[in-house]
Design a protein around this ligand. Structure first.
Ligand code: PMP
Length: 393
């Protein structure tokens, strides 16, 4: 018999059978009795993400309402944008706009690019991603691993300037289309020497973007939320596809639902206009723009909250540490906003708030996950004293 310290498991261990008596199933494993069906490829692991209740943060904030997190980092490519990538590609294939051999080009803050490159890896398209310099090195590594070509553009370039990620994508599309037209004379799609054209699916105007959230994200939330009723939905806005699609479905089913949009200081998506201060740079990736994308229907939003980096990134760290949710920075902004809005609207017992957690920690390991990175920017502790410390160095 073993002479080591005795514990509960040691008592149950049967040395002759080399087997453990099966302990009772913990409550938290109950869900795993029904695994999803086997999949033909990983694209089937896009959508149907978990809705997870927050169990510490609301209580610590003195809130009696429930906050439920739609965990989009469980999608195959790690973000909410996998949904629109797949939908935009498949609709373009159906309509004939996208054909075998074509090259996908997309301006993105990274996650749409990762979603497109993932789908393209499976479906056999080449992708070129135009990405502002601000976006993390982690996103670049993932895009490269998926075989995408990456072109970095200046973060400070206005959306309509020739150097912006949007203008550069359009220019490459035009060049590739002209090249294909010249070289494909007399050939048919699918011929071996067929030269693919460039296609920008354009998440900023593509109706497949909000549609993916109407028929996917929003419908799933309604099916998942206990009792079938949502009192408040909170989401950050980049293209605005998520908040537009989800709000459309929820407002239909729950006419009194409050739709709260989160927009960082430095962006101009919020209404009324005077909420939007001067242009300033910010670190939180994936939310905010310097123009209003066509797919963002601001009339669906009840009210907007302006977020800052310190609150967003410390809340993301809190979600990781207190709730075990491995989220990215924009999820922190959304949960920070949910807390403010739930307090402001005096939500109480039984009221249900749903927050969209758009991506995961994987994209930011060298950024807000690092304590040194946070300290160097004054996002941890007392901001003023950090600045003094910096000056005296
Ligand atoms: N958070 C992150 C991390 C994102 O990448 C995006 C997409 N840009 C969003 C939030 C916002 O999503 P949407 O474009 O649907 O507004």
């Amino acid at each position: 018999d073993c002479a080591g310290p005795v514990n509960a498991n040691a008592e149950r261990y049967d040395h002759r059978k080399h087997t453990m008596e099966r302990p009772p199933e913990p409550d938290s494993a109950a869900h795993s009795r029904h695994p999803p069906a086997a999949m033909n490829n990983v694209l089937e692991a896009i959508g149907n993400t978990p809705l997870v209740r927050l169990n510490r943060i609301p209580q610590e904030e003195g809130l009696e309402c429930e906050i439920w997190a739609k965990c989009e980092f469980f999608n195959a490519g790690g973000s909410v944008k996998d949904r629109i990538a797949l939908r935009m590609i498949e609709e373009a294939e159906r309509s004939g706009r996208l054909q075998p051999g074509d090259i996908l080009i997309e301006p993105t803050s990274g996650n749409t690019g990762i979603g497109l490159a993932l789908c393209a890896a499976i479906k056999g398209y080449h992708t070129i991603i135009t990405l502002p310099e601000k976006m993390s090195a982690e996103k670049v590594s993932i895009l490269r691993a998926l075989g995408a070509e990456i072109i970095r553009t200046p973060t400070e370039a206005a959306w309509d300037s020739p150097e912006s990620h949007i203008s550069v994508a359009r220019r490459i599309e035009k060049e590739l289309c002209e090249r294909a037209e010249k070289l494909n004379v007399g050939k048919k799609v699918g011929d071996e020497e067929w030269v693919g054209k460039g296609v920008v699916l354009d998440q900023y105007v593509n109706v497949a973007n909000p549609a993916a959230h109407e028929e996917g994200t929003g419908r799933e939330i309604l099916e998942q939320i206990p009792g079938g009723k949502v009192d408040m939905i909170v989401a950050g806005a980049g293209t605005g596809g998520t908040i537009t699609g989800v709000a459309t479905v929820l407002k239909n089913a729950c006419p009194d639902v409050k739709v709260i949009g989160i927009d960082p200081h430095g962006s101009i998506l919020a209404e009324p206009e005077d909420l939007n201060d001067d242009r300033q740079s910010y670190q939180t990736e994936g939310i905010g723009y310097d123009f209003i994308p066509d797919v963002l229907k601001r009339s669906l939003v009840t009210s907007w909250l302006k977020s800052n980096d310190a609150d967003s990134l410390t809340t993301a760290r809190r979600l990781i540490r207190s709730e075990g949710l491995l989220v990215g920075g924009s999820s922190g902004a959304a949960v920070w906003g949910a807390i403010q809005a739930a307090k402001h609207h005096k939500l109480g017992k039984g009221d249900k708030v749903v927050v969209i957690l758009a991506d995961g920690v994987r994209n930011y390991l060298t950024k807000f996950v690092s304590e040194d990175w946070m300290r160097a920017r004054g996002f941890l502790g007392n901001v003023e004293s950090e600045k003094e410390e910096e000056k005296s160095k």
